[in-house]
Design a protein around this ligand. Sequence first.
Ligand code: ADP
Length: 585
Amino acid sequence: MSQTAQTVREDGVIASVSGPVVTARDLDARMNDVVYVGHEGLMGEVIEIEGDITTVQVYEETSGISPGEPVENTGEPLTVDLGPGLLDTIYDGVQRPLDILEDKMGSPYLDRGVDAPGIELDKQWEFEPEVEEGDAVEPGDVVGTVEETITIDHKVMVPPDYEGGEVVEINSGSYTVEETVVALDSGEEIKMRQEWPVREARPTVEKKTPRTPLVSGQRILDGLFPIAKGGTAAIPGPFGSGKTVTQHQLAKYADADIIIYVGCGERGNEMTEVIDDFPELEDPSTGNPLMARTSLIANTSNMPVAARESCVYTGITIAEFYRDMGYDVALMADSTSRWAEAMREISSRLEEMPGEEGYPAYLAARLAQFYERAGYFENINGTEGSVSAIGAVSPPGGDFSEPVTQNTLRIVKTFWALDADLAERRHFPSINWNESYSLYREQLDPWFQEEVAEDWPEVRQWAIDVLDEETELQEIVQLVGKDALPEDQQLTLEVARYLREAYLQQNAFHPVDTYCPPEKTYLMLTTIKTLNDEAFDALDAGVPIEEIIDIDAAPDINRIGVQEDYEEYVDDLKSRITDQLRNLY
Ligand code: ADP
């Protein structure tokens, strides 16, 4: 958060303390002002004003502070520091870099009231200008770049709230984020550092219909339930369902330039895992550490529930900042249920009228506001960029009828239903194909037709139909057994089995299978469709089902996933399947 020394007025006293909610008397404040509470100066935000009582949600543990202690108002909304240095950093919920705090505190768990700038203030960055003296620049325009990490060039932009003007001074070379790199005739000085209030979306020209997929290399997603660049998705993750693995796969393989991972988890444990895991991951497309294009925002163990909210807003604002540079950003929020629980807790302390299951009535609106900041945009500097938002949900007991899941489903356009039963059967990724959906399918078809295959939509629909039919047939099989089915239905079950085993399953831990390009996804489906078409021809020609099912080429379908040279393998396999089946009649 912002570190600039605002004119701090010591103008209120604590009236009451109730967990993360503190009331102050005689505080001259506006909604959403950032205040410092108590002698320790704990950071909080004004969430309600009634008469001379101001209610503050505090982003740090409040035990030990008591009525009568001072409350200082900064007069500023909650802002984030934006500039080079955001990537390859792990933050807590109010954008304090964990490593720096760790050094300061000598412990991985932050003490209270400790402040640290969101980006390093004394680090020198090599600024390479992209404008010349006399150039006219407007808000959002890129005036130069710095190499932020080995993977990402950081675009230094005219802040959106500047007027712009003619460039009168350019300082190329090594500078800190607080030094002027470009000066304008309007008197405005452009620095690498900007600030932005987290609750306000950064301006854009236009939100466009997203037409490019965020290719994930996970074939069930790309093939059946694709998300667009700029799209929204929810992923419910009951315990042990493979949520962590799925999220790592997305972070590693989704073709986004930048990954923002927001962890508003349980206190401590869940997030410690993320903080330990992420820095170990490698970016498969560059071989660099994944952190070189990642910023991680994690609620730490001693941050109370209120900080979950600031985590989410801080994350989306950082995502928008990189979008403004023209990048495709994928933001993963884990878990939005914990954020919703925080809203519930704060709301109940405020004694607001509870809605469904005790969640506040504004739950739906808050979730919508968050997901609305995702999208594919034309930026104010003319570039295009996207923020894709993928929110994990943790429905208690895996029950999707609870309010957070239901409200999320009304907003997001992609739903990847992780399924504990599938995980138990070791079917991975355990995404339930009956319950999942994507509303982007049709609008992304032209991309897949252009880039992969003209008949992509038909092949996908064929696979969906077979899987649907299998689901229906399984119910009958439960009752009467498979052998009681007519032969054509038995054959459908056999084809569906290959769809499930070869296509829907994908081993995240196999060096080749872990990433499946869309071309391979397509070829896998067409191979299974070849089996289907040829097998039904054979059946029509009077070949007994046992013989059809028994051809020895068919099981090789299950090995496509692990083939590096899959094109050759698939060509050969398709002809073997065809030959063997035609030889039967
Ligand atoms: P969760 O985070 O939901 O508790 P994990 O993501 O840790 O669950 O997954 C549990 C286990 O399931 C993993 O340790 C791994 O063995 C297995 N698993 C999950 N997803 C996959 C996958 N795509 N491929 C292979 N194994 C997987």
